[in-house]
Design a protein around this ligand. Structure first.
Ligand SMILES: [Zn+2]
Length: 380
């Protein structure tokens, strides 16, 4: 006698969309992910996972830690990590999603939060299909991080001792069909130029204008795209008090990014030098410069085990997924630095960090189908 036929083991588009719509309606700005975290803990416990929270929330001043859920495997195979972040950027409260056929967008007053609730919903749907369809799958470690959008803080403070997996997937980028294996590292540069205030009409020669110093420094900077791997930007200038006062304090903030650590260091040193040299030309001016490493570059080999697994799984679903480089950092940068091997899979989120954010449900389904195939293949 054959056992009765299992339930159909396929991604359920309606269910995936419904969960996504529910999640985007739950406010979860960075450090306030507590509500969505409890909702997801319930979802994952219902699916048989053992759910715990680490201490990251206390360390970063948030209302919850990272959610770590461990799903037992049906086979004895290496565990796989599935990771997405729970927080969203502003304006991200009171999201009212609008569904138009295959497209979901915000109502134009907030972001949609597809970054990264599309990733979160895909992970939950895949685990549900595995369980309901009694599919073979390896042990799965789910990590839903906090505070990705404010400096990858959740990933930095993640208690990796809770994980069994050494490799896996982060779901936090747009293009379906791409697995991002390379991303730049970034340095934030914060410069305060100090000079001497004076009355601009009565005693200008007594003043040292820091706006002039900053302008000379910025004019000397290489900015924009420096080479194929490196970019630099000055994004904020603040300073000055009145048109009749020679300004004595100005703050300039910028960043450098590069896929190459040495070029990142060189570009950062160049930015520092431009400010120091400009100040040196004006007696009485000085600069205070702080450089903070925002995140390290990531570079996973195209023939790494995880990339080969993703490419083979995609082929099974009749799709192609190719390795690609992205321009920003995400949790994957941190996790790769912390000894895991992860690539970042596109979920279909578009125009992220804007009130015009949208996504196509078909793209989200495609990403989920590839992920399900990854789980199947990893169990063979
Ligand atoms: Zn994101």
């Amino acid at each position: 006698m054959l056992p009765s036929a299992p339930m159909p083991a396929a991604i359920d588009r309606e269910r995936l969309q419904a969960l996504f719509l529910e999640l985007v309606r739950i406010d979860s700005l960075s450090r306030r992910e507590g509500r969505i975290a409890s909702r997801l803990a319930r979802e994952l416990r219902e699916l048989g996972a053992e759910v715990v929270f680490d201490e990251a929330g206390a360390r970063v001043g948030g209302d919850t830690g990272n959610l770590v859920a461990r799903v037992a495997g049906t086979v004895d195979a290496p565990a796989l990590l599935l990771c997405a972040h729970m927080d969203t950027v502003s304006p991200g409260e009171g999201v009212r999603p609008v569904v138009e056929d295959d497209v979901i967008r915000s109502d134009g007053t907030t972001v949609l939060g597809g970054d990264d609730k599309s990733g979160v919903a895909i992970v939950c749907e895949c685990i549900r299909v595995c369980r309901d369809g009694r599919l073979r799958h390896p042990p799965i470690d789910v990590v839903f991080t906090i505070c990705e959008e404010v400096g990858l803080l959740g990933a930095r403070h993640l208690d990796t001792s809770l994980l069994r997996a050494r490799r896996g997937l982060v779901f936090d980028s747009d293009a379906v069909g791409c697995a991002f294996t390379r991303a730049p590292g970034a340095n934030h540069i914060d410069v305060v130029v100090r000079g001497r205030a004076a009355h601009a009409g009565m005693a200008p020669e007594r003043g040292v204008s820091v706006i002039r110093v900053a302008a000379e420094a910025i004019a000397a900077l290489r900015l924009g795209r420096i080479d194929a791997e490196t970019t630099a930007n000055v994004g904020i200038i603040q300073g000055g008090r009145a048109t009749n006062i020679v300004p004595d304090e100005v703050r300039v903030r910028g960043e450098a990014r590069s896929h190459d650590r040495e070029r990142l260091a060189a570009e950062t040193a160049h930015m520092r030098a431009c400010f120091e040299e400009a100040a040196g030309r004006h007696p009485g001016a000085r600069v205070e410069i702080e450089v903070e490493s925002a995140y390290e570059p990531m570079a996973v080999a195209d023939d790494s085990a995880i990339m080969l697994l993703v490419a083979a799984a995609a082929a099974r679903t009749g799709r192609t997924i190719t390795p690609a480089g992205m321009g920003g950092g995400c949790d994957a940068n941190v996790l790769n630095r912390r000894g895991l091997e992860v690539v970042n899979l596109g979920t279909g989120m578009r125009d992220i960090h804007t009130t015009g954010e949208w996504l196509s449900v078909s793209d989200m389904v495609a990403a989920a189908e590839v992920t399900l195939a990854v789980l199947q293949l990893a169990a063979e």
